[in-house]
Design a protein around this ligand. Structure first.
Ligand code: BMA
Length: 324
């Protein structure tokens, strides 16, 4: 199967407001997904979307009214108005033993070679990285977990590098981990992961001083991989999640070339500051229109709803040169 990633007339987009010098600007009708727009949903946030056929498909984090964390599929014609399933995804087991899943959250989706790969934080005696795939967002198959616990924010690169699948990930602990570096791992087959390499630590500037984690799948540019990642500040009022960007080497993606010292977006709007978890913007997916360089970033807001913001890859790369 070949996915068609050419320019789409329905690419979700809104021009930058006149007079604004923001690098990323929010959609004026944010949040695009309300907390209860699927059956029995307490909150819908930290969700991944991709181009699919003539429209868009996604995997959504839906915490239900039992406060169980799970993921559901969804479809949209315009990337903004979404129909999200009333039921969690039921994976068909592709392993020898059924992998238990006490919970699933924070999915990422990326098309590689012939199918859409899904990673998520999978509860298996603690959080680790679950992996599955789909061809049509109707039937889903689960394979092995990538790692033993504890790990979060497993984010695949959109193509093999030197013949290997590649993943950013963040070793963690069993709770609301008060630390976290980003690492790189590779695999010949999506099952066996190794050759782990350190990428970067928190602490570069205050907004990212406690922990960091990869966000959307990396974006390939002529200058390197553009990595959008979240960073956490510990304030007297708890964690504050913002996001920034880094550029890494195309062949050795663990080698950081540039990294932003300021954030790109921080929680400032009411729907980002108030919700089940206050003060969180958590980027999870970026649609990228190669020809124009436009990107549309989907991010979780206050662990409650989904927001959308826009920018240009070129402008972020340029900004990184001066904000490094
Ligand atoms: C992280 C994850 C995210 C969440 C964030 C803020 O540890 O649980 O899903 O958005 O905390 O609560």
């Amino acid at each position: 199967m070949i996915a068609d990633f050419s320019m789409k007339p329905n690419f979700p987009w809104e021009d930058k407001p006149a007079g604004s010098d923001a690098l990323l600007w929010r959609y004026s009708k944010n949040p695009i997904i309300k907390r209860d727009q699927a059956k029995a949903a307490n909150s819908i946030f930290n969700s991944a979307v991709v181009q699919y056929k003539n429209g868009f498909a996604g995997v959504f984090r839906v915490d239900d009214t039992n406060r169980r964390m799970n993921i559901r599929s969804g479809f949209s014609d315009d990337g903004i108005n979404w129909k999200i399933s009333d039921e969690p995804i039921r994976f068909i087991n592709e392993t020898d033993d059924l992998i238990e899943s006490e919970y699933k959250y924070d999915p990422r989706v990326v098309f590689i070679d012939d199918r859409y790969w899904i990673t998520w934080c999978n509860g298996y005696h603690g959080p680790t990285i679950g992996i599955g795939y789909t061809y049509d967002f109707k039937s889903f198959y689960q394979i092995e977990n990538a790692f033993v616990p504890f790990n979060r924010n497993g984010v695949l690169f959109p193509r093999k590098i030197n013949g290997k699948f590649c993943m950013l990930n963040r070793p963690s602990d069993n709770g609301h981990t008060p630390f976290g570096d980003i690492f790189f791992s590779e695999s010949p087959d999506m099952v066996y992961w190794g050759k782990h390499r350190f990428v970067m630590s928190p602490g570069y500037s205050p907004w990212q001083s406690l922990k960091i984690g990869a966000g959307p799948c990396p974006i390939e540019t002529s200058e390197g991989w553009l990595i959008i990642y979240h960073g956490v500040l510990l304030s007297c009022n708890g964690y504050v999640y913002s996001f920034g960007a880094a550029l890494t080497d195309l062949e050795k993606p663990w080698k950081v070339i540039k990294r932003s010292s300021s954030y790109l977006l921080s929680p400032q709007q009411l729907y980002e500051c108030v919700g089940d978890v206050q003060n969180v913007v958590f980027p999870v997916a970026a649609l990228n229109e190669k020809e124009s360089g436009r990107i549309a970033i989907y991010y979780g807001c206050a662990d409650t709803v989904v927001g959308l913001c826009f920018g240009y890859v070129e402008q972020i790369l340029e900004w990184l040169k001066h904000n490094n």
